[in-house]
Design a binder for this molecule. Structure first.
Ligand SMILES: [Zn+2]
Length: 89
């Protein structure tokens, strides 16, 4: 019976690990949280109040955010293409 207990413990450890992985992923996807900045962290342009209300914890003005998003989209495209190549091989 002792073996059964040990196995149960290992399974719940795995579940806890995957839950914390999932939470970290959700947090990263949700983006910045906390207090919104009144001025952009990159270029110090004022961030419109409507944007600050719409995006809690916003740190960047629209221009800087778009620049950052396009860089991330490019990286994602490269990664996706890379995994497709490896599947074909
Ligand atoms: Zn900016």
């Amino acid at each position: 019976m002792a073996g059964g207990w040990a196995r149960d413990g290992a399974v719940s450890e795995q579940i806890e690990a995957s839950i914390s992985d999932e939470l970290a992923r959700l947090k990263a996807r949700r983006g910045p949280q906390g207090e919104s900045l009144t001025h952009c962290a990159e270029c110090e342009e004022p961030i419109p109040e409507a944007r600050r209300v719409a995006i809690p914890g916003v740190k960047l003005c629209i221009d800087c955010q778009q620049e950052r998003d396009s860089v991330q989209a490019q990286r994602g495209g490269i990664n996706r293409r890379g995994s497709k190549d490896s599947q074909l091989k």
